[in-house]
Design a protein around this ligand. Structure first.
Ligand SMILES: [Zn+2]
Length: 139
């Protein structure tokens, strides 16, 4: 199986920069409180596919609600180019808007109903409604 290509991303000022190896074929758009306000477009990738090129110390972290998600943002310019999502805390959620040379409108978009997080998470994972979800979600 092919690994795809290398995408480069960054915050606005460049203090936070990273590379992702993969194939960007689907973007998730979430309607929860924070994603709506940020305009975040999600691409969730394995940690092994993600490489931070700058210092972790240039990022601040915001957490709320369950505290599982770790919303990183640049301390200098405030842009949030990636984070650890509640739905997949073992992965990295890349903000497609922060990738270089990507036109988000040209990529398939899938809606995630983050306002009804538990139900949306079960659908996301293909879990039967009767079984409780484990792990976290997008928020
Ligand atoms: Zn910045």
């Amino acid at each position: 199986m092919e690994n795809g290509r290398v995408y480069r991303g960054s915050c606005h000022c460049g203090a936070v920069a990273f590379e992702v190896t993969g194939r960007l074929e689907m973007i998730d758009e979430c309607n929860c409180s924070i994603c709506t306000k940020k305009g975040y477009l999600h691409w969730i990738v394995p940690r092994a596919s993600f490489r931070l090129l700058t210092s972790q110390e240039d990022m601040a972290t915001y957490s709320f609600n369950t505290g599982v998600a770790r919303h990183y943002f640049c301390q200098r310019c405030g842009i949030a180019p990636f984070y650890v999502p509640r739905s997949d805390p073992d992965k990295i959620d890349v903000n497609v808007r922060c990738l270089e040379g990507i036109e988000p409108g040209a990529i398939a978009l899938k809606k995630f109903d983050g306002r009804n997080w538990e139900a949306a998470f079960r659908a996301h994972r293909g879990i039967e409604p009767s079984r409780p979800p484990h792990g976290g979600g997008k928020d």
